[in-house]
Design a protein around this ligand. Structure first.
Ligand code: NDP
Ligand code: GDR
Length: 372
């Protein structure tokens, strides 16, 4: 039986990857951070009571900023495969907390690699690094491949650039089986609520049910290549099953704007949206409502506005990946389209919004999230 260690197991990808590895018969170990409230919602459904004999999923407290903790965990677990998914993963937040982002997203990777080497596991453990299309930043070539030069545009991307190269360096210097997955944006109903797709599906579902009035957005001209997280974690595993380590772009090869994603999500709710105006004055107005999923919305309502607070100091305007190498070498194809993914996200967020609307109707106060 293979043993895997996942950093970031409580995040979107960590939860799907843990499911995948458990289904393949792995013993899965995950690092979770200590928090003042529960932070394991995404993996509660696969949680196994540690009092049971031989649990296949085990969680350990830890942090990528804590060298001794990481070294001890690696020494105790002695994993065959390490998936480094843990990160301060929000690009906009990285401008607010650049030093912390560098500590986790750059130094955290070095800490893991160096601990593996220090413990003499550099030849026995395989290492996956969660690299990102954000490395391309100010793009030099369309579409982006494994050979496209990098130009990172945020403290997050600069930190991830370090991790990309230190992973390559440990492969070249010490013969480690270490790989970078250069993953383009991937989403799901488990996506963090402050990333743009989830903010849109959740916000529109709330608006449809009368829980919110308007979606306040940043740069809706931004173009992204969006895939489904389930498809992308399959690829993370595949990368560690080859004869030799390598780096791969994972993308769908199709691009849409944030504005298009809003329109697509709205139409899943039976709302036809019309965008008018330019720049900060652009608005999204309801042109028609064609279903009973959005009882709180009527034609003429303005439900999308632009708020400069969501603009970034430096923006990545356009990303489009070329996954040919992954297709040819690993036989990987994404199976879920952006439209199917959007429909799945809207359906789950609508389900939650309906529950909240029912509670509100019966006089129960709604929890108001402090996050945006
Ligand atoms: P999430 O933000 O959903 O998850 C990040 C995970 O990292 C969470 O489990 C989080 O814990 C954990 N984490 C954060 N800080 C630390 C720390 N200091 N020590 C240990 N763990 C920490 O990200 P995704 O699942 O979407 O992404 C997974 C990885 O892939 C990330 O590295 C991300 O940068 C990268 N990536 C993601 C892409 C995407 O489109 N999703 C595309 C390309 C790369 P907690 O739950 O406690 O916050
Ligand atoms: P990104 O994802 O920065 O690409 O990083 P995000 O969903 O945050 O933004 C995508 C694009 O949408 C624009 N945008 C907004 N973004 C957010 N979050 N909120 C808004 O209100 C909003 N309005 C417009 C952004 O400016 C951007 O252009 C994600 C993360 O998962 C990274 O960890 C990962 O490395 C990359 O994807 C690939």
């Amino acid at each position: 039986m293979k043993r895997a260690l996942i950093t970031g197991i409580t995040g979107q990808d960590g939860s799907y990857l843990a499911e995948l590895l458990l289904a393949k018969g792995y013993e899965v170990h995950g690092i979770k951070r200590r928090a003042s409230s529960f932070n394991t919602q995404r993996i509660d459904h696969i949680y196994q009571d540690p009092h049971e004999p031989n649990p296949k999923l085990r969680l350990h407290y830890g942090d990528l900023t804590d060298t001794s903790n990481l070294t001890r965990l690696l020494a105790e677990i002695r994993p065959d495969e390490v998936y480094n998914l843990g990160a301060q993963s929000h690009v906009a937040v990285s401008f607010e907390s650049p030093e912390y982002t560098a500590d986790v997203d750059a130094m955290g990777t070095l800490r893991l690699l160096e601990a593996l080497r220090f413990l003499g596991m550099e030849k026995s453990a395989r290492f996956y690094q969660a690299s990102t299309s954000e490395l391309y930043g100010l793009v030099q070539e369309v579409p982006q491949t494994e050979k496209t030069p990098f130009h990172p545009r945020s403290p997050y991307a600069v930190a991830k650039l370090y991790s990309y190269w230190i992973t390559v360096n440990y492969r070249e210097a010490y013969g480690m089986y270490a790989c970078n997955g250069i993953l383009f944006n991937h989403e799901s109903p488990r996506r963090g609520e402050t990333f743009v797709t989830r903010k849109i599906t959740r916000g529109l579902a709330n608006i449809a049910q009368g829980l919110e009035d308007c979606l306040h957005m940043g740069n809706i001209d931004a173009l992204r290549d969006w895939g489904h997280a389930k498809d992308y974690v399959r690829m993370q595993w595949l990368m560690l099953q080859q004869d030799a380590p390598d780096d791969f772009v994972i993308a769908t090869g199709r691009q849409r704007s944030v504005r298009d994603f809003i329109t697509m999500a709205a139409s899943e709710l039976g709302i036809a949206l019309e965008f008018t105006g330019h720049g900060l004055e652009e608005i999204g107005t309801v042109a028609a409502v064609t279903s009973d999923m959005a009882p709180a919305v009527k034609p003429g309502d303005v439900i999308v506005r632009i708020d400069p607070r969501y603009f970034r100091p430096a923006e990545v305007e356009t990303l489009l990946g070329d996954p040919s190498k992954a297709r040819e070498v690993l036989g990987w194809e994404p199976q879920i389209t952006a439209q199917q993914m959007c429909a799945e996200m809207v359906a789950e967020d609508l389900h939650t919004a309906r529950r909240h609307a029912l509670l509100k109707e019966h006089g129960y106060a709604l929890p108001v999230s402090a996050q945006d």
